[in-house]
Unconditional design. Structure first.
Lengths: 549, 401
């Protein structure tokens, strides 16, 4: 017989969203417990020393979407969080050339002009369009999605807000908006640019974490999702958390503890205890039971509902909706400890670009082919990678002169196809090595000596991510970011306000609006909904800007 | 005194902005070719990118050419006495091998400038500051056994600042630096003075040496720091933000140097600038003592305070109000602080606002959104201490990063 304790609220899962919800509940005066199955908090925002002297961001690896409002309100810098933006990015061509991006507008124009005079101005027009759509969407990030089917004053208010913003856009931009939310990133880029490598460089953001190809409808929105973030108001900028991504959840954890919260680690939720349609507590794998009238699940909706609640306790419609929620794994990762900086023959020495994103895709067709492999359940023969060397900027990650490399790759399936049979069980040491080799082969195009520099490498397939973090099928967004599962459809229609058919049970992770990325918006929005329901809504800060963006 | 140009040299052109001894390097790295004029010298505003430079100060390490600082050597048996006559704090308490921050005033108790006193030896000091102070020091030295030398143009300075700055120094082969505490000063190598000081609020050091050693010093630090510790050069724009994050005040911005203004009543006492604790009335006479005693009795007229302002828009040039709409002052410096994720400012308020009355203060912020202006009334909280504070700044021996 394990422990039995009573709380006002329990959060299942210590990811960044769960911890954000927990912080706000604790600050509102609720006696709050966070339960984490692993021996460390963080979920997919963690720092791990997998090789002595090196710190790995072994899941999520960059930070942009993390809401500045939340960082400030929870005083995360006081708890050690420091976000350092990086600049520049470079896309290598197989033939030895490259196209790079600079933050400085003039430098960027000069770079584009190396390829095409026409694309120089095209970029400015493209950029204006993307920024307009970003500005439209950004205010919705820290608001609950309205339920269009109710007549509750708050939902009507939110719908009016949405309608007013759409009205303010004007006819032309509303047309663009609908196109943006439904088009493929490939078609969209083809409309603007003529240079293949420039299109390929920009398309990466449209497929990261997504089981779609550059020519699949819906990928234009995914690109937008990656542009919505900002670092200190610089929209679209990306940064590192100093000390790797775990610094974010460490700071959240410390803020939570200061607010009086408790965390228990090492055993996860086995079952949500439900009586007469109302949640009453959780039973852990180790036999402990904790009771509370409010339970917030940071697990994705599929895992929460299908693994930890008996379906006899739920409406059949709801279960079906959850079952069809798309959460396919499509991303893999290599985390590499390097004994020195590899050589990049194409790049000038000590260039700014060493500090930014690097990829190697010379055309949209190449990216589409990488997707074709995945459709068949195979990892891409020529994968897209988003590679960074964060130790070029963050001195805390590796010993002096040594480096940490993070190689995010697209596409890598969850249910690997071996001899016509698709199953996660097909992942083993041999297939993982083959996957890693496909990535190294691509890396060798840009740094031929990469294999000789490796001291240690961690190979991550979607299955590994599911097993370690708990993300169903290893989907990094806790559910794909396509229009059919966004806003009031996320995670499922009718339950898009962080609620479930079970009284007192809430979903607070990235399965909910506004979706994935280390954003903390779902966690903060969910806290607001929970607190409103118990009459403490006033204890949440007002995140609405005084000036409409 | 600048020596007259020799016939073989190029004719000296007074209109031409001077270059510091580090110019061959600062020029090479200044991709933006974005220069400012600092005390008559070319000083880089931005080398490559403001953000990159700002974040390097808070994350890696940075080089800033501080050669344009005014540097006055005060030497001789009465050197300490002369400085004590000039500045408000007790110079006796600045021991040999230490650096002390101070302000100094005119006879009316109005602040002329702030700066740092470097004590090389018992009878050997250097005053580093922004304003030209040679004749003021000469006046104070009259009748004393002391020599005041303007070394502004002979001695160059290089600030090495940021969390990895200690690692850079160690890697560059300087010995014994691990025991240096904040404000310690040492001749680390013959003719090369190193102090653990700076204007960034982060871990950092400053070098002083003769002009002829400049490039050798730069190259040595560059070699040690560039690849392994993220060392880059930074310009004045990044410096401006970190000094505000630390809460350091700037003459001509947050207060008016009493010698530099023509309008009466622009001067401020050290009490009003928040440095009352530095004033030592027990050390004997010093410039402005009598007036400052009077000010102490009558109370402050103004308070220079730190404000944490809601929302994200910097409160540049803003008025400060209290209650319904009572105007009580204005913002002198403002910025969004990326490291502390706060909207920060220095503001001068009429006393007792900001001191005993702190509630209900707000700032009128103007925001330009692509040609359309908005006005927001943003709540402001008075902050004590530095906006940015990190234990690594004070830790001895310092950490590697």
């Amino acid at each position: 017989m394990g422990k039995h304790d009573k709380y006002d609220a329990i959060v299942a899962g210590a990811g960044h969203n769960g911890l954000t919800t927990a912080c706000y509940l604790a600050k509102a005066g609720l006696k709050t417990l966070v339960i984490e199955k692993n021996d460390m908090i963080g979920g997919a925002a963690i720092s791990r020393e997998l090789y002595e002297g090196w710190t790995y961001s072994n899941c999520s690896y960059v930070c942009s979407l993390l809401r500045q409002e939340v960082i400030r309100d929870l005083e995360l810098p006081r708890f050690g969080l420091q976000v350092v933006p990086y600049q520049g990015s470079v896309s290598f061509h197989e033939d030895g050339g490259y196209f790079s991006s600079y933050d400085d507008h003039h430098a960027f124009r000069r770079e584009v002009a190396r390829f095409s005079e026409k694309d120089v101005d095209a970029y400015d027009r493209y950029s204006q369009l993307v920024m307009r759509q970003c500005r439209f969407i950004r205010p919705f990030l820290l608001r609950t999605a309205p339920d269009p089917t109710t007549l509750r004053p708050r939902d009507i208010g939110e719908l009016i807000f949405l309608a007013k913003r759409i009205h303010d856009l004007g006819q032309k931009e509303v047309g663009e908006m609908v196109r943006f939310w439904t088009m493929s990133v490939g078609d969209f880029l083809d409309e603007h640019f003529e240079t293949p490598i420039i299109k390929a460089a920009m398309a990466g953001s449209g497929i990261i974490g997504t089981g779609l190809g550059v020519y699949s409808p819906g990928t234009a929105y995914v690109l937008l999702h990656h542009y919505m973030g900002d670092v200190d108001g610089s929209i679209g900028a990306w940064g590192f958390a100093r000390g790797a991504m775990g610094a974010i959840t460490k700071a959240l954890g410390a803020a939570f503890k200061e607010a009086g919260g408790e965390i228990t680690m090492g055993s996860g939720v086995n079952e949500f205890l439900i009586k007469n349609g109302k949640v009453s507590g959780v039973a852990l794998d180790n036999g402990d039971e904790y009771h509370a009238p409010i339970i917030a699940s940071n697990m994705d909706v599929k895992r929460t509902v299908l693994k930890h609640i008996g379906r006899e306790k739920l409406p059949a419609d709801y279960v079906r909706s959850v079952e069809r929620f798309k959460i396919r794994g499509s991303s893999g990762k290599l985390n590499i400890a390097l004994d020195s900086l590899p050589k990049f023959p194409a790049l000038p020495n000590d260039n700014l670009m060493f500090s930014g994103d690097m990829s190697c895709s010379s055309s949209l067709q190449n990216l589409e082919m990488a997707y074709d492999d995945w459709k068949d359940g195979r990892f891409s023969k020529k994968p897209f990678f988003d590679m960074l060397i964060p130790s070029r900027i963050d001195p805390t990650l590796a010993p002096p002169g040594k480096h940490m490399m993070s190689v995010f790759t697209q596409y890598c399936p969850y249910d690997l196809n071996v001899d016509g049979v698709r199953s996660p069980d097909n992942w083993n040491e041999a297939t993982k090595k083959a996957f890693a080799d496909s990535v190294y082969d691509r890396l060798e195009i840009v740094c031929p000596d990469i294999r000789d520099r490796v001291l240690h490498a961690e190979v991550r397939t979607p299955l590994d991510i599911e097993n370690e973090v708990g993300l169903t099928e290893g989907n990094i967004f806790q559910g794909e970011l396509t229009f059919d599962q966004l806003l009031f459809n996320r995670p499922v229609p009718g339950y898009a306000q962080y609620n479930t058919p079970i009284d007192g049970l809430f979903i607070v992770g990235s399965s909910t609006h506004p979706g994935g990325g280390v954003m903390a918006a779902p966690g903060a929005n969910a806290a607001r909904e929970i607190l409103r329901r118990i009459g403490k809504g006033k204890s949440m800060p007002d995140f609405n800007p005084k000036i409409a963006a | 005194m600048r020596k007259p140009a020799k016939k073989t040299e190029k004719r000296f052109t007074p209109q031409k902005t001077q270059t510091t001894p580090f110019h061959p390097r600062t020029n090479q790295f200044n991709l933006m070719q974005n220069w400012d004029d600092w005390a008559g010298y070319l000083a880089a505003n931005v080398y490559e990118s403001f953000e990159k430079e700002y974040f390097a100060i808070r994350n890696q390490s940075t080089l800033l050419d501080i050669s344009p600082m005014c540097k006055y050597r005060i030497k001789g048996p009465d050197a300490r006495k002369v400085l004590d006559r000039v500045v408000i704090r007790n110079v006796k308490k600045i021991r040999t091998g230490r650096v002390g921050y101070t302000l100094w005033c005119d006879e009316e108790g109005m602040t002329i400038d702030d700066g740092t006193i470097f004590r090389f030896g018992k009878q050997d000091f250097m005053l580093l500051c922004a304003e030209h102070m040679y004749s003021w020091l000469q006046d104070a030295a009259w009748g004393y056994d002391v020599e005041v030398i303007d070394e502004s143009h002979n001695i160059c300075g290089l600030a090495l600042q940021g969390p990895t700055s200690y690692s850079v120094i160690k890697e560059a082969g300087f010995k014994g630096v691990e025991t240096m505490k904040p404000f310690d000063l040492r001749e680390v190598e013959p003719g090369l003075w190193l102090s653990r000081t700076g204007y960034t609020g982060d871990l950092g050091y400053e070098f002083l040496t003769e002009n002829k050693n400049a490039l050798k010093l730069w190259d040595r630090l560059w070699k040690a720091g560039r690849q392994n510790w993220g060392l880059i050069p930074i310009g004045l724009e990044a410096l401006e933000l970190v000094r505000l994050e630390t809460g350091f005040i700037a003459p001509g911005v947050d207060f008016q140097a009493a010698h530099a203004v023509s309008r009466v009543g622009r001067g401020r006492t050290p009490f009003e600038l928040g440095f009352g604790k530095l004033v030592d009335f027990n050390k004997g006479h010093f410039n402005g003592r009598r007036a400052l005693l009077e000010h102490q009795k009558n109370g402050k007229r103004y308070n220079l305070v730190k404000l944490d302002i809601e929302d994200k828009y910097p409160a540049d040039s803003s008025y400060v109000y209290v209650g319904k709409e009572k105007h009580i002052g204005f913002v002198t410096s403002a910025a969004w602080s990326p490291t502390t994720k706060r909207n920060i400012a220095l503001a001068e308020l009429e006393a007792p606002y900001g001191d005993t009355i702190r509630d209900g203060i707000w700032v009128e912020v103007y925001v330009d959104k692509e040609g359309k202006w908005y006005r927001i009334n943003a709540k402001a909280t008075v902050v004590d201490g530095s906006f940015f504070s990190n234990p690594r700044t004070r830790q001895t021996p310092p950490g590697p990063f």
